[in-house]
Ligand binder design. Sequence first.
Ligand code: GLP
Length: 244
Amino acid sequence: MRIIKARDYQDMSQKGAAVIAAQIIMKPDCVLGLATGSTPVGIYEQLAKGYRSGALDFSGISTVNLDEYCGLDPRDRQSYYYFMQEHLFRYVNIRQNAVYVPDGSNPDEKEACEKHETIIRALGGLDLQLLGLGRNGHIGFNEPGPVFEKETHRVALTESTIQANARFFDSPSQVPTHAYTMGIGTIFKAKKILVAVSGEDKAQAAAQAFRGPVTPEVPASILQFHPDVTVIGDEAALSGISDL
Ligand code: GLP
């Protein structure tokens, strides 16, 4: 695991985008695993800038998102599908039929989850998975628990995650209680993983995930065992790690 310290959010975003840009340049038909949340927004802005300047071409890229709220239609403004359109897809020349987000509007849990796994397999697997970090150490929506879930599955969101994500909704009661998420096994099969982490409120989770014991109670801690993980964090987020 490489941990790269960035000065601040802007620097983290530029460095993170540079890693993804390198992947796109090296393999123009690569499969990117993408994440939502506040953290990657700056990275997506930089990637859009790269497209506008002519440096990046997304026409051969496929993307697969980590997770989606259950019960939300892709056209819903709070859905992660909508988020991706708003923050990245509408600004770049990506093929609309090459972007995949779990289908939160499908009430058939088994079908929705199997379809997501089938898509990833059919694309030949994820070349680079971008991850944010939840305040409780979650990745995607893999919440702390007794085991590492392997494949895409339906999860009940913890109260802390519902509260953390309530800022995107009018009130906490509107936050969906369940989500579909890639499993830890799905994420782990990505050839490369890039974790972006920013802000003091992630410092404890980052220290536990990247320096603490590997345990499903801190889902991101499993990344310590992956052969190709790069963490890019700003100084505040990495402030709990003393050996950097
Ligand atoms: C959500 C997403 C995660 C994300 C996390 C942190 O729960 N499912 O993929 O990493 O929030 O979000 P933020 O970057 O807004 O702190």
